[in-house]
Design a protein around this ligand. Structure first.
Ligand code: XMP
Length: 575
């Protein structure tokens, strides 16, 4: 893929990924690299059209603070520094950066000093109380002097610029920052003291678009349709005639991988669904049913509950649970891959089996008696790895290269002696892009907008030891929660909602009897990226209905609590 690219260099901002996502929302392809990624990596593609330098927590004059890589200015390409990135530009080009007397954090208003600057083209500015489109103003041949035009923005900085580098001009100011925006338009270089990437800067998207499209001249060609065409071609070239096994969980990522691969390589794809017994109520049947209704690829469904539960016996530590589940997953995958390949080699035709049962069941498209395809072997394993996982595991930074992916965000890692090669067609996409691609591939809303479900499933929601009776208790409570959430029309308004079975009992009274029974916690969050999250303000009446139903309908539960912890400091899951 050779899209015009904006490289975002990450100087440690919590918003760095957001910058790349916002640029991509303008349909311009953007990649995020650690600030000290090697120049060859940043300039690997001839299609780099500009750089954005993110914010960061350091001060430019501190010893050891991240520095501006030389290639950024040497390239002569346009550059936009945001907050720390802006201060770095000023510091490197002879300006002066100093601690601000008042740390500025939160909403602010900036006054544009040059509303005709191309950076502001497309912004709706406030002029004496009226919203005006700068683009129309900027197109005047003889622009008339404007009354002060202002923009609401989001500030978050301690240091500020006190003297501009030679040749630069102030483009905007705020009460606290004489240089809220600065630029050297002749070289396409700009700095913003505020954060255009956050939603609290309503014109931020217009600013980023002006930079990427107008100033850098990048083509706005990053669309789901283009991605699908290019990813399909890349997959075809990569796998050739080989066969691909795709693990299907029913979640949006693996479903989009399956749909994309099926479009690209047709019956060279086989999907494998492993029921580990840690799924929600009715989920295995639902995943199989949805898959059969919407996808044509062969699906092998395996019920390996017994093996997974045996591995979890007596285990209470969350990381041990994850590791054991991950290891078992890989083993089941390898066994099934071998079994599928052996079946292909057999002279007898495959017999379709209609439902999930213990052991392997092949839900194939072959009619009994149909001629067997030529012998095949599985060369590739498809995974739904996304861009944030790629950035996290190795963004090219020397510092980060040593970091391993948290066991947390995959199913335990892949063994080194694995016989398959990996294929990860979504590794360039953010979650919202995966959803857009899913929609473009025609997947139904029930898949595209499904809340994420962790690989280790309910094992990390039954706190303490995982047993079948406790899983069943949790499944019943969780099913009531989801049923009521759907009935209230709040599924799409929330990002992830689930029940947790606590490892403590509490005293209660039911009828005339004292009870001493289990406690269920309800968790409902809203989030854009799952890295931070807030607890959902579910209506009290809905919570009351859910609590009432759980205590009445789920045997062994006498108390329901609602988790009101944001992330951070909490995590979304309890284990
Ligand atoms: P936390 O709990 O870290 O979760 O706030 C963030 C997101 O990651 C999911 N999650 C997992 N997903 N394997 C997964 O595939 C895991 O071990 C795992 N742990 C957490 C969690 O559900 C949320 O969406």
């Amino acid at each position: 893929m050779t899209h015009d690219t904006i490289i975002v260099l990450d100087f440690g901002s919590q918003y760095a990924q957001l910058i790349a996502r916002r640029v991509r929302e303008q349909r311009v392809y953007s990649e995020l690299l650690h600030w000290d990624a090697p120049a060859e990596q940043a300039l690997a593609s001839k299609s780099v059209k500009g750089f954005i330098l993110s914010g960061g927590p350091a001060s430019v004059y501190e010893p050891g603070a991240p520095t501006l890589p030389a290639y950024v200015l040497e390239s002569g390409l346009p550059v936009l520094g945001i907050c720390y990135g802006m201060q770095l530009l000023a510091h490197n080009l002879g300006g002066r950066v100093a601690p601000s007397q008042a740390r500025e954090y939160g909403p602010a208003e900036i006054e544009l000093l040059d509303a005709h600057n191309p950076l502001f083209a497309g912004c709706s500015v406030q002029v004496a109380g009226d919203a005006l489109q700068v683009a129309s103003l900027a197109s005047d041949l003889q622009p008339a002097p404007l009354p002060p035009a202002t923009l609401p923005v989001w500030m978050s900085h301690g240091d500020r610029i006190e003297r501009l580098p030679a040749g630069w001009q102030a483009l905007a100011r705020s009460t606290n920052s004489p240089y809220a925006a600065m630029g050297d338009p002749a070289r396409g270089a700009y700095g913003l003291q505020f954060h255009p990437e956050v939603t609290h800067t309503p014109q931020g998207a217009a600013l980023l678009r002006a930079f990427a499209v107008d100033i850098c001249g990048a083509a706005a060609d990053w669309t789901p349709a283009n991605f699908i065409a290019e990813a399909s071609a890349a997959v075809q070239a990569q796998v050739g005639q080989a066969h691909v096994l795709c693990g299907l969980s029913g979640g949006v990522d693996s479903s989009v991988v399956a749909a994309l691969l099926h479009q690209a390589i047709g019956d060279q794809l086989t999907c494998l669904f492993v029921d580990h017994g840690l799924l929600r109520q009715g989920e295995a049947e639902q995943v199989i049913d949805t898959f059969q209704r919407h996808m044509q690829a062969p699906l092998v469904a395996v019920n390996a509950t017994e093996a997974f539960l045996a591995d979890l016996e007596g285990v209470t530590d969350p990381e041990s649970k994850r590791k054991r589940i991950g290891n078992r997953f890989i083993r089941v995958f390898e066994e099934e891959a071998a079994r599928i390949a052996a079946q292909w080699a057999l002279p007898a035709p495959r017999s379709p089996t209609p439902a999930l049962r213990a052991g392997a069941s092949v839900l194939g498209t072959d009619e009994p008696g149909s001629p067997l395809p030529a012998p095949r072997t599985i060369g590739y394993l498809a995974q739904g790895t996304l861009y944030p996982d790629v950035i996290e595991s190795a963004s090219g930074s020397r510092e980060q290269a040593a970091r391993t992916i948290k066991t947390h965000h995959n199913v335990g890692g892949l063994p080194e002696d694995m016989t398959f090669r990996l294929i990860e067609p979504l590794r360039l996409l953010f979650k919202d892009e995966v959803r857009a691609v899913g929609e473009a591939l025609g997947l139904p809303a029930e898949i595209v907008w499904r809340h994420p479900f962790p690989g280790p499933g309910l094992a990390i929601r039954v706190l303490g030891e995982v047993t079948w009776p406790r899983l069943e208790t949790l499944r019943q409570a969780d099913a009531i929660l989801l049923e009521e959430l759907h009935a209230a029309g709040l599924y799409r308004a929330t990002s992830q909602v689930f029940a947790v079975l606590l490892p403590v009992k509490s005293v209660g009274v039911m009828g005339d009897n004292r009870t001493y029974a289990d406690v269920v916690a309800l968790r409902a969050v809203t989030t854009d990226d799952f890295m931070t999250a807030d607890w959902a303000r579910l209506p009290y009446d809905l919570l009351a209905r859910i609590s009432n139903r759980i205590v009445n309908e789920v045997a062994g539960v006498n108390r329901v609590v609602y988790d009101i912890t944001p992330k951070p400091p909490g995590t979304i899951e309890w284990e």
